[in-house]
Design a binder for this molecule. Structure first.
Ligand SMILES: Nc1ncnc2c1ncn2[C@@H]1O[C@H](COP(=O)(O)OP(=O)(O)OP(=O)(O)O)[C@@H](O)[C@H]1O
Length: 271
């Protein structure tokens, strides 16, 4: 691994997450590098969402250190945390939009934390993010209940991009989408990463997404990140769950459908 050429934007060290007597993570370590798309996979209940929530500051681990963009999340002051939170965006599975606000107003919500931002400029910036996310211009006036599931996800993405983040967290972005919609969302994610230099942390079960756009994959098992690497490296891992996941019938179908990643710059990526 050529660590000297990589810039870790997220560093997890010795993370423990525990609910009552239920230990979800224990001694979990992971680095995420600037500009990469990292796919996080693991069996149901292995703590993928808990991990995402821990990094994004939505829950506090029982133990361990989390450093994001050079700031230790545990020891950061409130001001430092707020500044940090403006540098990442989160897209939840169902978009997690406010139902009483239209799409544009939803996208404007994170922008309201920026002091002195002119309301007209805020509106224009929201429209730009809506368009970047592949929604038609008029979608800004629609309410979440008027949108399809795929459009809600794009609206959630637009909101995650509201503050021009350096990192976006996507929780199951293609779940519930038809195969064409899922492939379109994958392509959009890749394009955003390539053009904006975004680091993307994706929790997913979608093998097509892993094949199509992920530079690296992290497998959660046995309460930690069991292994990280490229798809090619995953194929070589000798662990029962990992082998079954990457060699099972669904994996073979995904491999046949998408022989190569749709990325534009394969240099300096992967372990
Ligand atoms: N707030 C909470 N209180 C108690 N237990 C929790 C809480 N949040 C998560 N858990 C438990 O932590 C474990 C991991 O949950 P998590 O949602 O992260 O799994 P996951 O890997 O994302 O699963 P899936 O693939 O099914 O979405 C589960 O057993 C869950 O019940």
């Amino acid at each position: 691994m050529t660590t000297n050429t990589k810039d870790p934007v997220i560093r997890l060290c010795g993370i423990r997450n525990q609910f009552g007597s239920h230990v979800v993570h224990d001694g979990l370590d992971l680095d995420v590098y600037r500009g990469e798309i990292l796919g996080v996979v693991g069996g149901s209940g292995t703590g993928k969402s808990v991990l995402l929530r821990s990094i994004a500051g939505l829950q506090t681990p029982t133990a361990g250190e989390i450093e994001v963009l050079g700031t230790n999340v545990r020891t950061a002051t409130e001001d430092q945390r707020q500044a940090l939170e403006r540098r990442w965006g989160v897209m939840f599975q169902d978009g997690a939009l406010f139902s009483s606000l239209n799409v544009r107003e939803n996208v404007e919500v994170p922008m309201r934390s920026v002091p002195g931002l002119d309301p007209e400029l805020r509106r224009q910036m929201a429209d730009l993010k809506i368009s970047l996310s592949g929604l038609p211009y008029l979608a800004g006036d629609k309410f979440p209940s008027e949108l399809s599931g795929g459009m809600r996800k794009r609206a959630g993405l637009a909101r995650a991009l509201a503050l021009d983040p350096e990192i976006v967290f996507l929780d199951e972005p293609t779940a519930g989408l038809d195969p064409i919609g899922a492939a379109e969302f994958d392509t959009l994610t890749r394009q955003l990463s390539d053009t904006m230099g975004l680091t993307v942390f994706i929790v997913t079960h979608d093998l097509d997404t892993l094949h199509a756009i992920c530079d690296r994959i992290a497998v959660l098992a046995e309460k930690k990140v069991l292994v990280t690497g490229t798809m090619a490296e995953m194929m070589q891992v000798d662990h029962p769950w990992v082998h079954e996941y990457f060699h099972g019938p669904r994996a073979r179908a995904a491999m046949d459908a998408i022989p190569t990643k749709t990325k534009t710059n394969p240099d300096n990526k992967g372990d």
